[in-house]
Design a protein around this ligand. Structure first.
Ligand SMILES: [Zn+2]
Length: 80
């Protein structure tokens, strides 16, 4: 599902099928298909950002994940 053409084709295919089969409910199914594609794209973006862990810092006291710009832990207030 990494090919955007495949995803677009899938949406058109599902939209056409749903319009043919479900009449007035077609747009609802098209919307659902678009949401599925959006979720898949979101996952792809998450995978891309996982390779950059520098925006979070683990608290040395409790291990909570803090934004890197914080000077104290949001959870236990320990100095980071
Ligand atoms: Zn902490």
């Amino acid at each position: 599902m990494d090919d955007p053409l495949f995803a677009a084709g899938l949406v058109v295919l599902l939209g056409g099928m749903s319009s043919f089969l479900a009449g007035a409910f077609g747009p609802i199914i098209v919307g659902a298909a678009a949401m599925v594609v959006a979720v898949l794209e979101q996952r792809a973006e998450d995978d891309a950002t996982e390779s950059d862990p520098t925006d979070k810092t683990s608290c040395p006291n409790c291990g909570a994940r803090n934004e890197s710009e914080r000077e104290t832990c949001y959870y236990c207030d320990a100095s980071l």
